[in-house]
Design a protein around this ligand. Structure first.
Ligand code: ZN
Length: 418
C-alpha cells in the first residue's frame, strides 16, 4: 500500500497499515474510545495510544463531544451517555476535491473528511471540444474551486475524478467515453502534472456508488448498485465496501445492454437497440417534442414554450406533475425498460440496495413505481422482492461527492489497500 501523505516521513508499512485500520473505524463508527479501537482493530493499547497521539497532534483526531459527534446520526451507532474520552475524526482537518465529468457539464467541489461540501462550482462545455481543451477547463475549475473554498493547499489530500465511460483505474486513463468522443485520455497523469496534486480517476457512476457506500445510504450495505441516467445510462457496484470494476473496468455498462434484438435505434457505442437508446434524457426529450407537435396547445407544449431557463427534462417532469397524461404515459412506457434492466442487474449481481441517480432520481416519483414493479415481476425466483430501490439522497451532489470519495478512499482512508 502507499503511505498516507500525512503519516510522516519515517512511517513504516506496518504503521501505515495500522493507521488505515484506525481511520476506517473512525469512518464507520464515528465516535469511538481508545479501548474500543484496540478491540476492533486487534491492535495493542500501546500501538493505539501512539497512533492516536500522533493523529491528535496533527489535528486529524479530536475529543468527541455531544455536539460534534454528528457523523453518528446516519450510521445508527449513537449511544447515549458515552464517556467523554471518545475520539472522532476532525472532519475539517483535511479536504479532497471531486470533479464529476458529465456530458457537457463539469461539477467540482471541495469536501471535508465526511464528504460535506465546503464549496462547489459548475461549468458547461461543448461536447464537440477536443479532450485537451476540456482538460484545461477542468484544471481551471479545480483551481477556482479550491480558491473559493479558502482551504489551504497543504490541507488538500488530492483530487478524485469521476469520468464518463470506461476508465482504467490503475493507470488513470479514460479509455473510452462514447458520448464525448474520447479515447485513451490520460486524465490522471495530465492533471497530476498540471495541478501538482495526487489524482485518482474512476468511472463517474462507480464513484457515486463508492460515495454512497462510504458516506450515504450504502453504509453497512454488502452489495450496492447505483444506477444513473442522464445522456447515457450506467451503473456502479460496491461489494463489501470496495468498488467492483470487473476484469477490464467495464462492470456496470448497463446502458449498452441490448434491449431490442432487431431494428433498434443506433447508439453512440456503435451498436443498436441499447438501453440508453430507449430511456435516457435525449430520448425522452425527443419523444416529448413529438408529443408537443401532436398537441401544440397541451400542457407539455406550454411548459416547453415557457422561458424560465429550466432544462427540457425538468419541463417534462413539471408537465407530468401538472397532470399531463401523455407525458406520464411516455415516462411510464420508458420506465418499463429501466425495470427490465434492473431485473437483469438483480439476476446478475443480486444486490441488497439499488440507488437511482440523475434523471431517475429527479423524476423518481414517475420512474420508480413502474421500474420497481417490472423489476420485481421479471427478476428470477423472487430475487427482486428482497432488493430495496430508492433515489439517491445526494441529488445533484452524488457526482462530486462520489468523485471526492475516490480521493478520500485512495489518499486518506485507503480502502483499496486492504
Ligand atoms: Zn450502446
Amino acid at each position: 500500500m502507499s503511505k498516507p501523505p500525512f503519516a510522516g516521513k519515517n512511517s513504516s508499512l506496518v504503521r501505515a497499515h495500522n493507521l488505515r485500520a484506525v481511520l476506517n473505524h473512525f469512518l464507520r463508527a464515528g465516535a469511538i474510545s481508545r479501548a474500543q479501537l484496540a478491540e476492533c482493530t486487534a491492535l495493542s493499547n500501546t500501538t493505539i495510544t501512539h497512533l492516536i497521539d500522533d493523529l491528535l497532534t496533527q489535528g486529524i483526531v479530536m475529543e468527541a463531544d455531544a455536539h460534534s459527534a454528528r457523523h453518528n446520526h446516519e450510521g445508527g451507532h449513537r449511544r447515549v451517555g458515552r464517556p467523554r474520552t471518545d475520539l472522532q475524526l476532525n472532519p475539517n482537518a483535511r479536504y479532497a476535491v471531486g470533479v464529476h465529468i458529465g456530458i457537457g457539464i463539469l461539477r467540482a467541489a471541495v469536501v471535508n473528511l465526511h464528504a460535506e461540501i465546503i464549496h462547489n462550482t459548475i461549468v458547461e462545455f461543448d461536447t464537440t471540444l477536443a479532450a485537451p481543451r476540456v482538460l484545461n477547463r477542468i484544471a481551471r475549475l479545480v483551481e477556482k474551486t479550491i480558491a473559493g473554498s479558502r482551504v489551504a493547499n497543504e490541507r488538500i489530500l488530492g483530487l478524485g475524478i469521476g469520468a464518463s465511460g470506461l476508465v482504467d483505474y490503475d493507470n488513470g486513463v479514460n479509455v473510452l467515453a462514447p458520448n464525448l468522443g474520447w479515447r485513451e485520455v490520460p486524465l490522471r497523469d495530465w492533471m497530476q502534472s498540471r495541478l501538482g496534486l495526487p489524482v485518482t480517476v474512476d468511472n463517474n457512476v462507480r464513484a457515486m456508488a463508492l460515495g454512497e457506500s462510504m458516506f450515504g445510504a450504502g453504509r453497512d450495505v454488502g452489495v450496492l448498485a447505483f444506477v444513473y441516467g442522464r445522456v447515457g445510462v450506467g451503473a456502479g457496484f460496491v461489494v463489501n465496501g470496495r468498488p467492483f470494476r470487473g476484469s477490464g473496468a467495464g462492470a456496470g455498462e448497463i446502458g449498452h445492454t441490448v434491449m431490442l434484438p432487431d431494428g433498434g435505434d443506433p447508439c453512440m457505442c456503435g451498436n443498436r437497440g441499447c438501453l440508453e437508446t430507449l430511456v435516457s434524457e435525449p430520448v425522452l426529450i425527443r419523444e416529448a417534442e413529438k408529443l408537443v407537435r401532436r398537441n401544440p396547445r397541451g400542457c407539455l407544449a406550454r411548459h416547453f414554450a415557457e422561458r424560465n431557463g429550466s432544462r427540457p427534462i425538468e419541463r417534462i417532469f413539471a408537465a407530468v406533475r401538472e397532470g399531463d397524461a401523455d407525458a406520464l404515459a411516455l415516462i411510464e412506457a420508458r420506465a418499463r425498460y429501466l425495470g427490465i434492466a434492473l431485473a437483469n442487474l438483480v439476476n446478475v449481481l443480486n444486490p441488497e440496495l439499488i440507488l437511482l441517480g440523475g434523471m431517475f432520481a429527479q423524476g423518481s416519483e414517475f420512474f420508480l413505481p413502474v421500474a420497481e414493479r417490472v423489476m420485481r415481476e421479471r427478476a428470477f425466483a423472487g430475487l427482486g422482492d428482497r432488493v430495496r430501490v430508492q433515489p439517491t439522497q445526494f441529488g445533484w451532489r452524488a457526482g462530486v461527492i462520489g468523485a471526492a470519495s475516490l480521493a478520500l478512499s485512495a489518499f486518506f482512508y485507503h480502502l483499496e489497500d486492504a
